[in-house]
Write a protein of this length. Structure first.
Length: 201
């Protein structure tokens, strides 16, 4: 778990001025402090809250979005080409359709079922506990939507502001002739340059 968080922090350059040891110390301190909740007398209630609203919902949602991103956004064919380049093995078409259709459908169904179970949970949470649970669930999932919308907006602006250059229009006639087809570039034995110019005229 610590390595996963460290990889995400380092790849996103969230703390660019800090080295990896300092970043690891901060992450471990924060995670240890949060973990103290689960060893208090109310720890079992906090565990049930996290398990109900955060764990299953986020895992299923992230997994389904990853499959959709690889299968439909990045492209299953490009993914298969990458696998073939790295391993020398080409995935069968049936496996690619599993990535594109079967797995996302199952994970989205599990996500909806997790939302239903979280909404109708029989555990007697207080009102503030239910609100905190949904807040934690959306806090861990919201960055995915924000990042996707930000990337789409940035890409749209770059395409809209990209200058459009038209190809130059060549005038008809001799200007369209390439150098290798002009009479002056022909190598005809026995004719001088002056005679070649006369032929061209």
């Amino acid at each position: 778990m610590v390595e996963t968080v460290l990889t995400a922090v380092n790849d996103s350059k969230l703390l660019p001025s800090m080295g990896k040891p300092a970043t690891a110390a901060i992450v471990c301190t924060l995670m240890g402090t949060i973990g103290l909740l689960f060893v208090t007398r109310a720890g079992i209630h906090w565990l049930e809250l996290f398990d109900t609203f955060v764990v299953n919902l986020t895992l299923f949602l992230v997994g389904s979005l990853e499959c959709i991103g690889i299968g439909w956004v990045y492209g299953a064919d490009r993914f298969a080409a990458d696998v073939c380049q790295m391993t020398g093995y080409t995935p069968p078409k049936a496996l690619l359709w599993v990535y594109k259709v079967v797995i996302p459908t199952c994970l989205l169904a599990l996500t909806l079922e997790s939302v239903r179970k979280s909404a109708s949970n029989s555990y007697d949470f207080p009102a503030w506990g239910i609100g905190l649970g949904w807040l934690l669930a959306f806090t861990s999932s919201l960055p995915i939507l924000v990042s996707a919308l930000g990337a789409a907006y940035t890409r749209g602006r770059s395409v809209a502001t990209r200058p459009v250059t038209a190809a130059p229009i060549k005038p008809p006639g001799k200007a369209n002739a390439t150098p290798e087809h002009t009479p002056s570039s022909l190598q005809i034995p026995g004719l001088s340059d002056i005679e070649l110019n006369r032929v061209a005229a």
